[in-house]
Write a protein that binds this ligand. Structure first.
Ligand code: DGJ
Length: 555
């Protein structure tokens, strides 16, 4: 799909609660709308086939990312971090930007950390996703500057139902929102000045896992007064509900929905203030509710959890997407989360994913089954603890296993994979306990993938692959520890598929480079190696009877 045939995306107001409203505009307009810029600024577009694509410098891009630990965006740590990112083969660094450091005194800005980040990323050929740790970070406000936290009379806090003050800024207090807007706008203005041409920064996350830990809603005096007034008519209108109190309209979700509406509206104002200065695509991330007893306040209440997503999409249309942070390495849980967050109107992105081989296959699923615009492993640097601690060295090795292999293998092909996303011509397969083979039907072919040796005894789930259809009889397969076999689609009238050629190689600057041709034993076993293999395969369907049995795993 060429960019000029694509439709520019604008995140619009929701038309109804269950279908998130992403409106398309015709390609020859260059609207300056949230997250969409003219020229070659990073942008998210909607493709003709209804998928989403992240464009960087006008070309499809997928972030193969890594996120720093929370307190690691300091120049002396970054100096040590760049070589690790190279070792990981990441193409994108997700790095926090702290309000407390950006505005140490009211109205006095310090952008030196951002400058260091941007220059360092450029030197190392990386893109950046900036994470704005402003008013909200993991259901608390610990990143607000001292001059904010020390003066709750001026910058009011949320209170719990017992009337106790929490370390969470109140979302109904205008002074809080105005303070966050001002610094965020200043940061985006600075970013536009230093990066408006080079586009090192491709996305900005507004706040981090918003919501309130420790209470289901804000019970401060001001919040109680707002709560008493009932549901704002704008929300009722958007939801198509009759007027009423929060309890009448939302029942037992009243407190959480109240918090969600005011926090999302706050985040929207912050995002818009920033986009006015420099219109990069923005998003926010989620502390999921899918664990524990699922009670708001035990996870940050009012954050964009799955049940509050419709409210967030209504209140915060400036955010191009809302993304889950995923630390569950279980296929069923992962699939459930993807079904909740990879939706029409909400392009999929995984800003935080657990580390190591247990999570490696989920990057493939995210990219191939849910058209993710990017994935990022969390906690890449060892500087959250004593760097001399031997245990951290072990963790470092663990972390690299799987993810570094993924990024090394996929980095060259991401342009091609991004082109295939959203076209129906890309799939992911992966090994799971009890699932040792997977049948994929793509174009005119049935392709059987199988994993493991011997399957029933394997402890580590290493099998994972992406498969893309490049032409009627041509496929790209890239992955690890996976065997494949082709047959013409059942019922097509053809009986067997012949390999015309299996080329092993890689992509460089969008060009396919062939390393060798597979034939003989390699073609017979047709297995992606544990180190990772990328193949381009051309086939021919024939009417010849297929006499051979289906090959057993690694026979
Ligand atoms: C999710 C948060 O978004 C991150 O900033 C970090 O705190 C991780 N959890 C846990 O380490």
């Amino acid at each position: 799909m060429r960019p000029d045939t694509m439709i520019r995306l604008t995140i619009g107001i929701l038309l109804c609660a269950n279908s998130f409203g992403v409106k398309a505009q015709s390609g020859n307009e260059t609207p300056r709308l949230p997250g969409v810029a003219g020229g070659d600024l990073p942008a998210i577009i909607k493709t003709d086939s209804g998928g989403y694509r992240l464009l960087v410098d006008g070309k499809p891009f997928i972030a193969l990312g890594a996120q720093l630990w929370n307190s690691s965006d300091w120049p002396y740590i970054l100096d040590k971090e760049w070589p690790q990112l190279e070792e990981l083969h990441a193409n994108t660094l997700e790095a926090p930007v702290y309000w407390q450091n950006t505005e140490p005194q009211p109205g006095k800005y310090n952008f030196s950390e951002i400058d260091t980040l941007v220059l360092g990323a450029r030197r190392h050929g990386l893109r950046l996703v900036l994470l704005w740790f402003g008013s909200y970070k993991n259901g608390s406000s610990q990143y607000a500057p001292e001059w904010v936290l020390a003066h709750p009379e001026k910058y009011p806090r949320m209170h719990n139902a017992n009337g106790e003050e929490l370390t969470v800024l109140s979302a109904v207090a205008k002074s809080n929102c105005e303070a966050d807007k001002a610094v965020f706008a200043a940061m985006m203005r600075h970013l536009g000045q230093i990066d408006g041409r080079q586009h090192t920064v491709i996305l900005v996350q507004v706040e981090n896992e918003s919501g309130s830990l420790g209470t289901d809603r804000d019970y401060s005096g001001e919040a109680n007064a707002v709560f008493k007034k009932g549901v704002p008519s704008i929300l009722l209108q958007k939801l198509g509900k009759p007027a009423g109190t929060w309890e009448e309209v939302f029942g037992e979700q009243a407190a959480e929905t109240f918090n969600a509406w005011y926090i999302a509206s706050y985040v929207e104002e912050v995002a818009l203030a920033g986009q006015k200065e420099y219109p990069l695509p923005m998003y926010t991330n989620v502390w999921l509710r899918e664990h524990g007893f699922r009670r708001p306040g035990e996870y940050p209440s009012g954050g964009p959890v799955s049940t509050m997503l419709p409210v967030w999409k209504l209140a915060a249309p400036a955010l191009a997407f809302i993304s889950p942070d995923i630390y569950h390495s279980n296929f069923t849980v992962f699939s459930d989360l993807c079904a909740k967050y990879a939706l029409p109107g909400n392009p999929f992105f995984v800003p935080e994913l657990g580390k190591g081989i247990d999570f490696a296959r989920f990057e493939f699923y995210a990219l191939g089954s849910y058209d993710a615009l990017g994935v990022a492993v969390y906690g890449i640097d060892p500087f959250h603890a004593d760097p001399g601690d031997e245990r951290d060295k072990e963790k470092l090795d663990d972390k690299f296993s799987g993810m570094a292999d993924n990024y090394r293998l996929l980095r060259g092909s991401i342009g091609k994979i991004a082109e295939l996303q959203g076209t129906g011509r890309l799939r992911a397969v992966g090994e799971e306990y009890g699932r040792y083979e997977q049948l994929v039907t793509l174009g005119g072919y049935d392709i059987l993938f199988s994993f493991g040796y011997p399957a029933y005894r394997k402890k580590t789930l290493t099998g994972r692959a992406l498969i893309g259809q490049l032409g009627e009889d041509e496929f790209l397969i890239t992955g690890f520890d996976t065997r494949f076999q082709f047959r013409p689609r059942y019922g097509s009238g053809y009986a067997s598929a012949e390999y015309l050629v299996i080329e092993e190689g890689y992509y460089e600057n969008g060009q396919w480079i062939r390393k060798r041709i597979w034939n003989g034993d390699e073609a017979y076993h047709s297995t992606l190696t544990p180190d990772g293999t990328t193949l381009r395969i051309r086939l021919r369907k024939t009417k010849k009877t297929n006499t051979g049995p289906v090959k057993a795993n690694f026979e």
